[in-house]
Design a protein around this ligand. Structure first.
Ligand SMILES: Nc1ncnc2c1ncn2[C@@H]1O[C@H](COP(=O)(O)OP(=O)(O)OP(=O)(O)O)[C@@H](O)[C@H]1O
Ligand SMILES: [Mg+2]
Length: 583
């Protein structure tokens, strides 16, 4: 047992101990099943002995025969009951852990998620939860039973026979286990290699087929086939080696058992000849040994599976150990305000230490007003929106909402107060209705239709044969960019929070739709405190204040008129955009 394995068991324990009575009952069934199955050869011995008594009239040992049958049946029934009782523990523990990991992942920072492959993450959860049932099932169904069986057999052997029996039986078991673990370790390496080669050859085949056209253009079919065959050859070698090593494992195990069983049978037979033992004893020894050694055959597999399960579970539990970057303070309060003001005070921020993304950004959005942010691509506009939503915490300076540092609010109530129309909208692979309702899953159909009209989605929805039930495809790829943006606007309106953030909310729309949506947006954000990020300056001329960003700094600020009079960056941009059609 390594340290990580103990850690894994420690993390797993509370989930299982929630069901301590169930576990206890399952253990009782387990012990009963084993007692019954060890009882079978004992009774059989008595049956044989009573039949083979010499110089006596032989009676049919009815009671013994019946108990023989009953014990056999009981060993099966108790084993089944054990499974039935225990399955709930495994499944519920799996469910609870999976749920907790899922919640935890949603609680982790955006940074964590941007650094990760979501596919890999979900495989880690899947493997980890499967590991739970492997460990629980195998320990209860393979390891504990084998240990129990050993103890029972040891007691019987020591009680009824001389020391040689126990000595031979258990040295054989000992050698057997050592041999199995050593060979299994060796085989695992071979297997891993074979799996790696298999993955490589697969990805090569896929890549080659994806490049179908390129292969054709260069007449390289033969070349590709040769490359593929190189991988296949390696896999063939590795696979043959795995199978051969399995044969070796099995043969070695059988040799150990055969030697042990034969020597014990010889000793027993000698005892029978010298009248110290009966024929029944011969049957008993044979029965006990077979019963003891059969489950050992699975030990190699159990060892391999459990080892893998521990690795998988460790990966999953270490996800749970990751700290959240943005956490509530213990004395955090609710944000409850109809129209809060917002202040960025000397905010500095960097995604990583090497490079400053925002430097000393300060501006104020008075309650109910709109402030616009414009600037070149990469100047840090979206970053402002993320900081306001508290997806990250500022490096220095502060963001104040309603004159209080955002860190003093509880995240849940704080985020409830902010509606965001993000730069890139990603939709759930579900229906349009589901995606629209996401802003407020409990909304009424009227509310939904109101925002759909405001976001100018009415015509689009009516034209669809399935209307709200139309599916949008993976990441919403089956709806156009402009439609996606309007869905995003509609659901933010549905959320109806006091603060709104629009990050180039209309950038994918044609000028006509943009203008009419702009009217709707202006109406919606009339009494709301809004942060609007825009490329097209014509959409922000009415803003209370316009902030011009460059390279993470505020370089100009003022109303549209003031900025034009200033004759700086903004006025250059403005003139460029005004003259665009003439170029
Ligand atoms: N998660 C991230 N990790 C590291 N750097 C990032 C991350 N997100 C953005 N950046 C970098 O931070 C800078 C500011 O990005 P931001 O998205 O705020 O720009 P933007 O002004 O919204 O640009 P655009 O107009 O193109 O949307 C960019 O240089 C970008 O490469
Ligand atoms: Mg952006």
């Amino acid at each position: 047992m390594t340290k990580t394995n103990w850690l894994v068991l420690k993390s797993l324990a509370p989930y299982v101990l929630k069901f301590k009575y169930r576990v206890l009952i399952a253990l009782i069934f387990l012990i009963s099943a084993k007692v019954a199955s060890v009882g079978v050869p004992l009774v059989l011995k008595d049956v044989v002995d009573s039949l083979s008594q010499q110089n006596q009239i032989i009676f049919l040992p009815v009671a013994l025969l019946l108990s023989y049958g009953a014990l056999r049946l009981c060993s099966v029934i108790f084993a089944e009951l054990r499974d039935v009782v225990f399955v709930k523990v495994t499944r519920r523990a799996t469910r609870n852990i999976a749920l907790q990991v899922f919640r935890h992942l949603h609680g982790l920072s955006l940074k964590f998620h941007l650094d990760r492959h979501t596919g890999g993450l979900s495989r880690e959860i899947e493997r980890g939860t499967r590991g739970i049932s492997t460990v629980l099932t195998y320990s209860l169904f393979s390891i504990i039973p084998v240990i129990l069986e050993f103890s029972f057999v040891a007691v019987i052997l020591l009680n009824r026979f001389d020391w040689r029996f126990a000595a031979i039986t258990f040295s054989a078991v000992f050698i057997y286990l050592i041999y199995t673990f050593l060979v299994s370790e060796w085989r695992m390496k071979i297997r891993r290699k074979a799996n790696e080669i298999d993955t490589q050859s697969n990805s090569h085949a896929v890549d080659s087929l994806l490049n179908y056209e390129t292969v054709k253009y260069f007449n390289n079919e033969e070349y590709e086939a040769k490359r593929y065959d190189e991988y296949l050859k390696n896999y063939e070698k590795a696979d043959v080696k795995t199978e051969t090593s399995l044969g070796l494992l099995n043969i070695g195990q059988s040799v150990i058992i055969a030697v042990a069983v034969t020597s014990l049978m010889i000793i027993t037979s000698q005892g029978v000849v010298s009248r110290e033992l009966t024929i029944g004893d011969l049957v008993l020894v044979n029965g006990l040994l077979i019963q003891l050694y059969i489950p050992l055959n699975f030990m190699g597999m159990v060892y391999r599976e459990i080892k893998q399960a521990f690795i998988d579970m460790h990966k999953m539990f270490s996800l749970l150990d990751l700290q959240r970057d943005v956490v509530d303070r213990t004395d955090a309060v609710e944000l409850d305000c109809r129209s809060p003001n917002i202040e960025f005070r000397d905010v500095c921020f960097s995604y990583d230490e090497k490079r400053n993304t925002l430097s000393n950004v300060s501006f104020v959005i008075p309650s109910g007003k709109t402030v616009a942010v414009v600037g070149e691509s990469g100047s840090g506009k979206t970053t402002l929106a993320r900081l306001l939503f508290r997806l990250y915490d500022v490096s220095s300076g502060a963001i104040l909402v309603n004159n209080k540092d955002v860190k003093e609010y509880r995240q849940e109530s704080y985020r409830k107060s902010i509606g965001v129309v993000p730069q890139d909208t990603v939709l759930f692979n579900d229906t349009l209705g589901f995606n629209l309702r996401y802003g407020d899953p409990s909304c009424s159909q009227e509310d939904l239709e109101t925002v759909v009209d405001l976001a100018q989605l009415g015509n689009f929805l009516h034209a669809l044969p399935e209307g709200y039930d139309t599916r949008v495809g993976e990441r919403g790829l089956k709806v156009s960019g402009g439609e996606k943006q309007r869905i995003s606007i509609a659901r933010a309106m549905l959320k109806n929070p006091p603060i709104m953030v629009f990050d180039e909310a209309t950038s994918s729309l044609d000028s006509g739709s943009e203008r009419s949506i702009q009217v709707a947006l202006n109406r919606v954000s009339e009494h709301k405190t809004s942060l609007v990020i825009a490329h097209r300056l014509s959409t922000v001329v009415h803003a209370h204040e316009i902030i011009v960003m460059d390279n993470g700094r505020v370089v100009e600020r003022g109303s549209h008129r003031e900025l034009l009079e200033l004759g700086g960056k903004y006025s250059i941009l403005w003139n460029l955009q005004q003259n665009q059609p003439l170029d």
